[in-house]
Unconditional design. Structure first.
Length: 100
């Protein structure tokens, strides 16, 4: 008797800046019937540095792809956030190249 073949599910992580981005993504997921693993990160009071820490914590998970959704409004409003945002962009470039 052969063993039942296990079907691997495609898992995607979407790191969201806040509730609005999370809700948009969740509604798309429900409409499309795609299995998405959502990782909402609310950056109120912490900024982009919190985003970087959370992404580093999630680096060992088995996702087919990871996406980052931010609206970048903190760059203009909060001093010092421009540097953290640029680091976040550099991390994303590393992800695209498979270094993350």
């Amino acid at each position: 008797m052969s063993r039942k073949q296990r079907v691997l599910k495609k898992r995607y992580a979407i790191f969201c800046e806040g509730d609005t981005e999370y809700n948009y993504t969740d509604k798309m997921r429900k409409k499309q019937g795609v299995e998405l693993v959502l990782k909402p990160i609310n950056m109120h009071g912490g900024g982009y540095s919190n985003f970087l820490r959370q992404i580093k914590k999630e680096s060992q998970t088995n996702y087919l792809a990871k996406f980052i959704i931010v609206d970048a409004d903190r760059i203009v409003k909060v001093p010092g956030e421009k540097e953290n945002f640029l680091k976040l962009l550099q991390k994303g470039e590393g992800m695209l190249l498979g270094q993350w």
